[in-house]
Write a protein that binds this ligand. Sequence first.
Ligand SMILES: Nc1ncnc2c1ncn2[C@@H]1O[C@H](COP(=O)(O)OP(=O)(O)OP(=O)(O)O)[C@@H](O)[C@H]1O
Ligand SMILES: [Mg+2]
Length: 193
Amino acid sequence: MKTSIAIYPGSFDPVTNGHLDLIERGEKMFDLLIVAVLRNTEKAPLFSVPERVEMLREVTRQWSGVEVEVFDGLLVDYARKRHAGVILRGIRAISDYEYELQMALMNRKLEPRLETVFMLPGETYSYLSSKLVREIAQLGGPLQGLVPPVVEDRLRAKILRSVRKNLSNVRRQNALRGSGQTGATKRRKRATD
Ligand SMILES: Nc1ncnc2c1ncn2[C@@H]1O[C@H](COP(=O)(O)OP(=O)(O)OP(=O)(O)O)[C@@H](O)[C@H]1O
Ligand SMILES: [Mg+2]
């Protein structure tokens, strides 16, 4: 019997119920499904890579055939290293198709033995993306049904922390203004003391 190892790569910032829908389908299909978090230096992420991995491990704990790892560099190199024959990707709408097609064909050129398998999520998740989730969370909207409860808690905590940080920055600025000292005048004063 052939063992099938598939890699499901993405940024998962954070993992959504759409990702989980795909993981659940993939877990049934492959002997081992490796959810691989891309260490992407281009995007400014909301969650750090360790935070994303921690959340993914927690919400995939019930599946023994699912592993969560971090990877950087070329996906085909990582797939070779893990002896994977399949890349799993999701297609939500036609808008995903063009980019996914380009990636799949390029990966095939780089490694012809590697197959890309596309899956469709349940239709409730076909509009769901991490980007939307981040935006809704930042605007204080409801996240129920979009992400697992543990991710919802982490999102709220993260947003609250950044709001508090902004607030204390504003207070500091106001206090300096009130005392007639901005950061620059304080620095100038210190320099002439
Ligand atoms: N709701 C979903 N249904 C099906 N596939 C999905 C869904 N969300 C993401 N995917 C797929 O999961 C893979 C990893 O995507 P990624 O981590 O970029 O998620 P994303 O939601 O697109 O995040 P972002 O909005 O930050 O780009 C991609 O193949 C993407 O098409
Ligand atoms: Mg995306």
